[in-house]
Design a protein around this ligand. Structure first.
Ligand code: C5P
Length: 235
């Protein structure tokens, strides 16, 4: 039945310059398993998700195939696609695979967020039964300062109004499709998908995310992720 299916597009085509390592961060191991495999597994394990589409960098194809595709053979991962220069291009390539499912739903998630938990994923799916566009986010706990030059504070922002966006972000596929097309037409490049849908004037509802849903960026993040997963396994 149309309008009830959930797909996942996992964007993992980035090159990541901050890790300072020859292996791209999405393929670095956490407890012996690549970061991206941990991420894909969260969606593989979720009963409501129909298909999981990884978007990879063509230069990483060999790594992906040997370290993940052939090694884990996830049931819901039936195809993979190549991403583009910017994250938004990669999302577009993933969404192209779902063009025929305009009335169904997609969750877009960063491949480098392997600590997503099933409870957060369920909150996203639950919200999509009510809303057409959702964004995982967490409240801001630090006090926020605005500067023009990175040196002198111009003002202090009201942190009660600020949320830190994470992924997953979920949409009715037709809406994200329209948002991507409009952004492309206007030459707008967003760092997440919700920002594109916001430009359409459609409401994007916040789903409470998790402080643990870290985007692996630095070598220290890998250490934290490993400890966190070990702790979760034991508890
Ligand atoms: O660069 P950023 O931190 O926004 O990356 C978030 C996610 O988007 C990562 O999982 C990265 O691999 C992915 N990405 C992508 N294609 C790009 C750039 C980033 O799939 N061109």
């Amino acid at each position: 039945m149309a309008g009830t299916r959930f797909f996942a597009v996992i964007v993992a085509a980035g090159v990541g310059e901050r890790m300072n390592c020859a292996i791209p961060k999405q393929y670095l191991p956490i407890l012996g398993k690549p970061v991206l495999a941990h991420t894909l597994e969260v969606f593989e394990r979720c009963a409501e998700i129909e298909e999981v589409i990884p978007v990879i960098n063509p230069f990483h194809e060999n790594l992906f195939v040997t370290q993940i595709w052939e090694r884990y053979r996830y049931r819901k991962m039936r195809r993979y696609v190549f991403g583009g220069e910017r994250r938004q291009d990669s999302v577009y390539q993933g969404l192209l695979m779902l063009k025929e499912y305009q009335d169904d739903f997609v969750l877009v998630h960063d491949g480098v967020r392997p600590l997503l938990d099933q409870e957060t994923l369920q909150r996203c799916l639950g919200a999509l039964k009510e809303y057409e566009a959702i964004c995982c986010a967490v409240p801001c706990i630090d006090t926020l300062k605005l500067t023009e030059d990175g040196k002198v504070i111009r003002e202090t922002l009201d942190r009660r109004r600020i949320w830190r966006a994470q992924t997953p972000q979920g949409f009715r596929i037709g809406i994200l499709w329209e948002a991507l097309r409009l952004a492309e037409q206007d030459g707008f490049w967003g760092t997440d998908d919700a920002s594109l849908v916001e430009r359409l004037g459609k409401p994007v509802h916040i789903v409470i995310g998790s402080e643990d849903n870290l985007k692996i960026t630095t070598p220290q993040d890998l250490v934290f992720a490993e400890e966190w997963l070990r702790w979760r396994r034991e508890s």
